[in-house]
Unconditional design. Structure first.
Length: 405
């Protein structure tokens, strides 16, 4: 799956109608969670049926306005979150099981259409929404050309509301495969705070400069927001500014890690990484740490994506002991966090702490690889749900001037 993104240009009235569709999709989702809690829904089919019940109910006239397949798409989403919860319970996952929650209204939200309820224009430069909300025709602002794909390859169209406007995402059924020569290199990657990553050859990639700059900016805007009065106009303005700053940070970061991941995949035949638990990573309250964690998380997604594209296995290994063990003799050498060099008293091996860890990561990945050869279900990595393995080519928004017709 590929995702192409374009910004939607329309009038305030049209945006208001999109808001209606987004609100309704949230209503459908929450209603299904409610019905599940009440014991009325026990399967995906029940969820579909409940969509019909909602649409036929005169109390909720807006539900009928939303395209019927879009209603179904949101029923599917709701059911997926219920099923995920059941799965976690069955697998006896430690900690929280992800009990389905009601979603609150928020600015960042979306509505998803399947193959109906929308229409691309002949020149594929505008998109029309044809369901009961009558949002009408929007101009598409993006850098990507939709002409390259058949219309029936577009499986879904999603409207995403962000702090800086409304975007359309086209989910395109297309498998990307690229050829790559063998490089004879296998690499292990270790992430740290002082450097973005250290590989098993001892090479380091520093955190990009804009990362710390962005942290400063976001902090400043957060302070400004907290000084404003609740429900005031200034607060809304400050929130919008902060939201836009976060968007900018995440776009810049995504751009950078995407290029880095492609480079790493292209120059290696096997890549080993640590299977860090994303849930634990994002929990910490330090802003700089959370931003670099998010960068690492995105980096890993891109590694796995390009791994599939170029046919390079990306193996995630258990992170325990990777920095404590000696990569030469295997003995455990206890270090504090501030010890930057690994000195082994058993075999005399001396190396940079992160490099030692990266070699350990590569070694245990190879071991895991050898143990699973011949098995059909080789799990390269278990953390990332399938739907995230897509390529998002974000629109540059208003930067490109449209040709005047
Ligand atoms: Zn040693």
């Amino acid at each position: 799956m590929l995702i192409y993104e374009a910004k939607l240009e329309g009038t305030q009235d049209q945006y208001g109608r999109l808001d209606g569709a987004i609100r309704t999709s949230l209503f459908v989702r929450n209603s299904i969670i409610r019905a599940w809690l009440d014991g009325q829904i026990k399967s995906r089919n029940d969820a579909y049926k409940h969509c019909k019940v909602l649409a036929d109910n005169a109390q909720f006239p807006w539900t009928k306005q939303l395209n019927s397949q879009a209603r179904q798409a949101h029923a599917e989403r709701a059911w997926a979150s219920i099923e995920r919860f059941y799965q976690n319970c069955r697998a006896q996952v430690k900690g929280k099981k992800g009990f389905p929650q009601f979603k609150k209204q928020s600015l960042r939200a979306s509505v998803e259409y399947k193959v109906s309820g929308w229409k691309l224009s002949e020149d594929r430069r505008s998109l029309e929404f044809t369901d009961g909300f009558k949002a009408g025709v929007f101009k598409l602002w993006g850098t990507r050309d939709l002409h390259f794909y058949h219309l029936d390859q577009i499986k879904r169209v999603r409207v995403v509301r962000r702090y800086d406007g409304y975007y359309a995402q086209f989910l395109i059924d297309h498998k990307r495969e690229e050829n790559k020569g063998l490089t004879g290199r296998q690499v292990g990657l270790d992430v740290g705070l002082s450097h973005f990553l250290t590989d098993s050859f001892g090479e380091k990639v520093d955190n990009p400069r804009f990362l710390s700059k962005d942290v400063g900016k976001v902090k400043r805007l957060q302070r400004r927001l907290s000084k404003t009065q609740k429900r005031s106009k200034n607060r809304a303005k400050a929130r919008n500014k902060l939201g836009r700053a976060h968007l900018k940070v995440s776009r810049r970061r995504n751009d950078w890690v995407c290029k880095l991941a492609q480079h790493v995949i292209q120059s290696n035949d096997l890549v080993a990484i640590e299977n860090l638990k994303v849930r634990n990573m994002l929990k910490n309250h330090c802003l700089a740490k959370s931003i670099s964690d998010a960068a690492w998380y995105r980096f890993r997604e891109w590694l796995e994506y390009f791994g599939v594209v170029y046919g390079v296995p990306v193996i995630a290994v258990n992170p325990s002991y990777t920095s404590a063990d000696c990569s030469k003799c295997g003995e455990t050498v206890v270090k504090t966090l501030s010890t930057r060099t690994h000195k082994c008293p058993h075999c005399g091996f001396v190396a940079d702490r992160d490099e030692n860890a990266a070699v350990n990561i590569l070694k245990s990945a190879l071991k895991e690889w050898a143990n699973t050869v011949g098995r059909t279900e080789f799990q390269v990595s278990g953390e990332i749900p399938l739907c995230l393995k897509v390529e998002t080519l974000s629109a540059k928004g208003t930067q490109r001037k449209r040709k005047s017709n």
